[in-house]
Each structure stands twice: as structure tokens, then as C-alpha cells.
Design a binder for this molecule. Structure first.
Ligand code: SF4
Length: 368
């Protein structure tokens, strides 16, 4: 087995990993050693005793989508009978339920609707922001912004300025999948890798923060994953706008791609990807465990492989659950899982600031 310790020693001494070294780590089977190094870096970057989580809700405002992604089980083509668009009243009802559960914000994303121009999004945000001024609107994704660009003929920066003015607080990093067009074009007709990156640059340039994601196991290999990490790290060097990185594996059920793929990433592949992300992305503070896609126990193990955050309790989620991710946890259970792994659970908001709800917060005790 190739000795990877010099690469890890360099990172632990504050050095920056090269793409070739990143490849070596992802090809190594010495994942425990990689995990230990990632855990050490995580402890230096974040409070070593604390694991954070957020209470928010995914509201998927429409399932109408005018592109095709073969890994997606959520979308419906325009004009099909089972399409929907949530009304403002339906969205407000969901926000009211989220606030009642101690939620601080909402993650709102939808398909690429052929009729939704910039004014549609501005009206949605303005209405919600007026009704819930302190509630964080963490919404949309680069493919949705690119869709507005095509419909309204506006550049990304103008769109982001207008959405920020209408009440947008930050943007999720969805729709990244693998930022290599050779892979991307085989599974999706949505925006290119460069367009995804250009939207994120515009998001950061208007002073908004965002997350970055990666969904692997869609026909990509190690070289594609390294290239993805390199693009995220390079953009972060320029803008500093990413708060967190969230990798997860393709969920195959009910998808066209799932019928073709013969080899799925294993739990070990996931943990190794997470740990290498922590080591390579030296300019991103938070790495999130995806318990929703990996299950609660692997999510717990991820906390020893570089993750410092357990993400959301997911009061509602429709996209990856349509593709087979069916893990559920309420706040009490998530706090229990974090506590059992040896950490103090702390609720955070979308900008990773601690939220203190005092005695209302459920104690980390096992759900019966
Ligand atoms: S992943 Fe998004 S863009 Fe792709 S088909 Fe599904 S809803 Fe549409």
C-alpha cells in the first residue's frame, strides 16, 4: 500500500494539497488514516466539542422542469397531469409550521419552470420577507438562476442584486452534481459547470453567502471528483463566499440513471470523500454530514471523518426522498445522535451562528 502519510503530514503542518495528492488519497484504501487527519483539521477549524444542526424545511415550490436530469425522480415535464406550483398561502402554511418547531429559515428550490421570470421570484421573496422579516430565505440554486437568465435576459449579477433586494438571504449550492461537463452532459441538460461557477461568483459578488455541494456516483471517476474539488477551492480563493461543502452519493431509486448504473459508491467511499474534502478544501470552514442520504448511523460516523455539522432536521424534503432517501429524524433524535457520538449539539442558523432557544430546546434523549 502506498504511503500517504507525507501528504497528510504536509496538510497537518498547514500546507496545501495538490490535485495529484488529492487523487492519491481518493485512490488509497487507508481511509482510517485519512479520517484521523480530517478529524484533526476539523477540530482546529471548529469547536471540537460541538456539532451543529439547523431547523429548516425544504419547500419545493414547483416540480415543473423544462430540462431532463436522468438522476432525478422529482421533476415533471411542463403540461403533465401531476405537475404542481405551490401558492403563496401553501408556502406560508409550511413556514408557519417550521417556525412552530423552532425553525430559523427555509430552503426553497424548484424545477426550472419555463414561465417563471425575475418578477415571479421577486414577488415571492418580497411577499415572504414582508410577512416573516426575521426568517431566513435560503433559496434557489445556480440552475434556477441560469433559467431566470434565459427567460428574463438579465446577467447573473443583476439577477442576484434584485433577488437580494427582494429578501433573499443566501443560496444553497444545489445543482452542482459533478462540475465536469464530460460527466454532466451525459446525465443532464441543465447549466454547464462554468455557468454553475459563474452564478456562484455573482452570488458572492453581491455579498450573499452560499453552500457548495457534490453528488457523486453518477458515472464520475476519481479524476472528475478531484477536478470538482479544485474548482470549488479556486472559486473560494477568489470570493470566500462558501460557508460549507456538502458531498453525498447519488440516490438511485425511481430514476432513469439508477437503472443503468451498476456500481454505487459504498459507505466507505462516502466517508473517504468527506474526509478528503475536509483536507483539500482548506478554505471552507464547515463540512456537512448528509445523514438524509447516508442514514443516521453513517451520518454519525461522518462526524469522525471531518464533518462538523449534521445539516437540517428536514421537516419536509421531496427531491432526494423521491429517489429513495427515506431517513427521518426530528430535533430530539438528531440531538441524541450527536450527543451519543460524543459532541454537544447546538442549533445554528443558515450563517452558522448559534441559535439559543433556551428551555424550549429538546434535550438529547432517546426518542422512545
Ligand atoms: S434535478 Fe432539478 S433541474 Fe434536474 S430534472 Fe430535477 S428538478 Fe429539473
Amino acid at each position: 500500500m502506498k504511503n500517504i502519510q507525507p501528504i497528510l503530514d504536509n496538510v497537518l503542518a498547514g500546507g496545501r494539497m495538490t490535485a495529484d495528492e488529492c487523487t492519491e488519497l481518493l485512490e488509497s484504501h487507508d481511509y482510517v488514516r485519512i479520517g484521523l487527519a480530517a478529524d484533526e483539521v476539523r477540530k482546529r477549524k471548529n469547536d471540537p466539542d460541538v456539532v451543529t444542526y439547523i431547523i429548516d424545511r425544504n419547500i419545493n415550490y414547483t416540480n415543473v422542469c423544462n430540462v431532463v436530469c436522468t438522476f432525478c425522480a422529482f421533476y415533471r415535464r411542463p403540461g403533465k397531469p401531476d405537475t404542481y406550483v405551490h401558492s403563496i398561502e401553501e408556502i406560508c402554511k409550511r413556514i408557519d409550521e417550521t417556525i412552530a418547531l423552532g425553525g430559523t429559515g427555509v430552503l426553497m428550490q424548484g424545477g426550472l419552470h419555463p414561465d417563471f421570470n425575475i418578477e415571479w421570484y421577486e414577488e415571492l421573496l418580497t411577499t415572504l420577507h414582508a410577512k416573516y422579516p426575521d426568517f431566513q430565505l435560503h433559496c434557489f440554486s445556480p440552475p434556477e438562476i441560469h433559467n431566470i437568465h434565459l427567460i428574463s435576459d438579465l446577467d447573473y449579477e443583476t439577477i442576484m442584486e434584485r433577488l437580494k433586494k427582494a429578501g433573499l438571504n443566501s443560496m444553497p449550492g444545489g445543482g452542482a452534481e459533478i462540475l465536469v461537463d464530460e460527466v454532466r452532459k451525459k446525465v443532464s441538460t441543465k447549466c454547464t459547470s462554468q455557468e454553475w461557477l459563474d452564478v456562484m461568483r455573482a452570488v458572492h459578488s453581491v455579498g450573499l453567502r452560499s453552500t457548495a455541494t457534490m453528488m457523486f456516483g453518477i458515472g464520475d471517476d476519481v479524476s472528475h471528483r478531484v477536478s470538482h474539488l479544485q474548482k470549488i477551492r479556486d472559486l473560494q480563493d477568489d470570493t470566500g463566499g462558501f460557508t460549507a461543502f456538502i458531498p453525498w452519493t447519488f440516490q438511485r431509486e425511481n430514476t432513469a440513471l439508477g437503472k443503468k448504473i451498476t456500481k454505487e459508491p459504498t459507505g466507505i467511499d462516502y466517508l473517504k470523500m468527506l474526509a478528503v474534502s475536509r483536507l483539500f478544501l482548506d478554505n471552507i470552514t464547515h463540512i456537512q454530514a448528509s445523514w438524509l442520504t447516508q442514514g443516521l448511523k453513517l451520518g454519525q460516523a461522518a462526524l469522525k471523518f471531518g464533518a462538523d455539522d449534521m445539516g437540517s432536521i428536514m421537516i419536509e424534503e421531496n427531491v432526494v426522498s423521491a429517489a429513495g432517501a427515506d431517513t427521518h429524524a426530528n430535533e430530539k433524535e438528531l440531538r441524541y445522535q450527536i450527543g451519543e457520538a460524543g459532541y454537544t449539539p447546538r442549533q445554528r442558523d443558515i450563517l452558522y451562528r448559534f441559535v439559543d432557544r433556551g428551555t424550549n430546546q429538546a434535550e438529547p434523549a432517546l426518542v422512545a
